[in-house]
Design a binder for this molecule. Structure first.
Ligand SMILES: Nc1nc2c(ncn2[C@@H]2O[C@H](COP(=O)(O)OP(=O)(O)O)[C@@H](O)[C@H]2O)c(=O)[nH]1
Ligand SMILES: [Mg+2]
Length: 235
């Protein structure tokens, strides 16, 4: 199984070295760090540690994931994780196992189901993720507890769902399009730790409200779009 790892970064010089050092090299074929205009030496550290660094001047977490995907070299599975050392790359086998065993097409690392260092997730992120996961469970019938940033998917599944979001909504777009298309999404508990360095999303006012709005509006709009097409279908 060929595995590509994609890590979006913006000013993660304090953390990226730890993240790259902890990736189980024997399981991974390539590591792509997609960097957006870091001014603290993140891309230089990543390159020195053997990662392929791709520069993406267009901002946005989703844009970085899309650009990273476009640069992968024929993987079977693609893994996404943050560059802030909140996720533990050593837990990568937990995400790969259900896909390797043919039980899942997409796996999501749940921070709420796993052992969390107190304070690793601010209260509004805890609440927001719980709310989004609860709505997805109720409206789409998919039992998940979190929209964690540590996730994996089969490469053909990622191609099939044709993701477009360039913002933090990328993660929810993958889950919603995945479940609507009938792909098997399996959640696995992962650990979560306080990030090194400063948050770009949940630690900022704009990032928090932007992400919350995006995630909740997408959950609603895909639901109503799907209901409309189901109801319009002749019996
Ligand atoms: N390439 C790129 N990476 C980004 C951008 N915004 C955030 N990131 C990275 O995406 C990951 C998630 O962001 P983070 O600040 O940890 O968000 P939080 O976990 O919600 O607080 C981190 O590795 C960031 O460095 C961006 O505009 N471009
Ligand atoms: Mg983070």
């Amino acid at each position: 199984m060929r595995v590509s790892v994609i890590i979006p970064t913006r000013n993660e010089a304090l953390a990226i070295g730890h993240v790259l050092a902890d990736i189980p090299a024997e399981l991974v074929n390539e590591v792509i760090v997609v960097d957006s205009l870091s001014s603290d030496g993140t891309p230089e550290i990543a390159a020195r540690m053997g990662a392929r660094v791709v520069s993406e001047v267009r901002r946005g977490y989703g844009q970085a994931c899309l650009t990273g995907l476009a640069c992968t070299n024929a993987p079977d599975v693609v893994v996404f994780l943050d560059g802030d050392y909140s996720d533990r790359p050593a837990e990568l086998p937990l995400l790969l196992a259900p896909i390797a065993e043919g039980r899942a097409d997409i796996t999501i690392g749940s921070r709420l189901a796993g052992p969390r260092t107190p304070g690793a997730l601010p209260w509004h992120a805890l609440f927001g993720n719980w709310l989004a996961a609860t709505l997805i469970t109720k409206l789409y019938g998919l039992k998940i507890s979190d929209l964690g940033p540590f996730r994996a998917a089969r490469a053909d599944v990622l191609r099939a769902v044709e993701l477009q979001e360039t913002t933090y909504g990328w993660a929810v777009e993958l889950i919603l399009k995945g479940v609507i298309s009938g792909f098997r999404i399996v959640e696995v508990p992962v650990s979560y730790h306080p990030r090194l360095g400063k948050s770009k999303i949940s630690g900022t006012f704009k990032g928090t409200f932007g992400a919350a709005w995006f995630i909740l509006s997408r959950i609603a709009s895909y639901y109503f779009r799907r209901r409309k097409t189901t109801m319009a279908r002749p019996v």
